[in-house]
Design a binder for this molecule. Structure first.
Ligand code: SF4
Length: 235
């Protein structure tokens, strides 16, 4: 993959708006091919290491694609293991971002278990800020957001302008269902987080994730009982 030219903010916005119209119904691989050809090394995939579906798709059209992972310091061991397995066996470059403060430093500054008292601040410090700093090297980023995950994600566009970060945001599997994901995982032998086979439908930080109950949507196990459904990265 050659290094594409850096685009101005005006050009990026135009590219996002055009692709948002043109690629709304395109297959995920075509969306990712467009992003790779348009942005080259200034395009990355972000992954929570719940599964490696988007990373796998991207690696098929962009071998060595950067895959950005946020290590909050609160992940399940299974999530860190999935990241390490992805780095070992897939044709991607895993880039791990960490918050400015360790958990111990955050505890010293804000008191222990900030996630129980102010999860928005905890997510801001451990997810939102590190991602915004890490994305400075890129013009476009891909996510694994899907419309069927929750009501808050039902309107996810395939390609859109990320006003907050002034970047192109690509969600190539936005139109996929859970069945589509499962079929792709099976067909291609894609790595998934072992917790998905242990009652978890969505995997985030350990203190803020529980198994889902029958009839709940996929993200009901995230920040359960805290009146929060998103960490802030996708708001
Ligand atoms: Fe903190 Fe929980 Fe957010 Fe992780 S998900 S950053 S532990 S509030």
């Amino acid at each position: 993959m050659t290094t594409a030219q850096e685009h101005s903010t005006t050009e990026l916005r135009r590219l996002a708006e055009e692709a948002g119209r043109d690629l709304e119904d395109a297959p995920a691989l075509d969306v990712l091919r467009w992003a790779a050809e348009t942005f080259g090394r200034r395009f990355c995939v972000t992954s929570s290491m719940e599964d490696a579906v988007v990373a796998h798709l991207a690696s098929r059209v962009f071998p060595g694609v950067p895959v950005v992972f946020l290590d909050t310091g609160y992940h399940f061991p299974e999530t860190i293991g999935t990241r390490d397995a992805v780095a070992a066996v897939m044709d991607v470059e895993v880039i791990t971002l960490t918050p400015r403060q360790s958990v111990a430093q955050q505890d010293a500054r804000y008191g222990p278990k900030l996630h129980d008292r102010d999860p928005d601040l905890c997510c801001s410090l451990r997810k939102v800020q590190p991602l915004e700093e890490g994305l400075r090297s890129y013009d476009a980023w891909a996510t694994g957001l899907r419309r069927d995950e929750s009501p808050t994600r039902a309107g996810t566009p395939v390609v859109a302008w990320d006003e907050r970060r002034q970047k192109v945001k690509v969600s190539p599997i936005a139109r996929w269902t859970q069945e589509d994901v499962d079929a792709y995982v099976t067909e291609h032998g894609v790595l998934t987080n072992p917790l998905l086979s242990d009652g978890y439908a969505s995997v985030g930080c350990g203190p803020c994730t529980r198994r889902v109950l029958a009839g709940e949507d996929a993200r009901a196990g995230r920040w359960a009982g805290q009146g929060k459904s998103e960490c802030g990265i996708h708001l």
